[in-house]
Design a protein around this ligand. Sequence first.
Ligand SMILES: Cc1cc2nc3c(=O)[nH]c(=O)nc-3n(C[C@H](O)[C@H](O)[C@H](O)COP(=O)(O)O)c2cc1C
Length: 192
Amino acid sequence: MRDYNYELLPEIVKRWSPRGFSSQSVPEEYLWQLIDAARFAPSCFNEQPYRYVIFSTPEEVAYAKSHLMKGNQEWNDKVPAYIGILYHKTFQRNGKDNTWAAFDTGTSWGHLSLEAVHLGLVTHAMAGFERVAIREGLGISDEFEFITLVAVGYYANEEELAASNHVDEQPNTREPIDFFVFNRNGKKNNHI
Ligand SMILES: Cc1cc2nc3c(=O)[nH]c(=O)nc-3n(C[C@H](O)[C@H](O)[C@H](O)COP(=O)(O)O)c2cc1C
């Protein structure tokens, strides 16, 4: 059971990472809408280091699934689409390492995941896939880090859930709010 201290944006409250996906396909236009939301993430120097790969044709989806680690393959059988998330590792402006690229790209995934809720979709980000092989197989250079593969689709209907072992799946909980904040609620912080 999730408990919220405040009345948050409905999309934040509703977002979770289920494993019980429906096999219902996602309109291509929706995938582009997710990318539209994602690209409006703020970024250091407005560098926009985030990039995406859409996997939505049967061949593309099979390619993505073939790069999943075993633990993920088990629940991905019905997932109808993926968005791969990458980032450019250096600043285009001067070629130096972009320390904030991963931060900006995480924000971008956050946008994408909330826009998905808005469209009635579910998403599930994954680190458990062959990051280098999936990128190389697509001919993308190592100037880019293929950081996350996101399953995109619809939550399973009752029949599909009953036929799977995801029936009792629940949104994950969080630590209490003061766990996250260093300098409040009586916590000592020697650094400020
Ligand atoms: C970068 C990232 C990588 C993740 N990798 C996996 C994964 O490989 N397999 C998996 O089942 N879940 C994965 N997750 C999902 C997390 O376990 C999940 O987001 C977390 O437990 C919180 O649950 P919630 O998203 O339902 O709030 C990943 C999430 C993120 C953000």
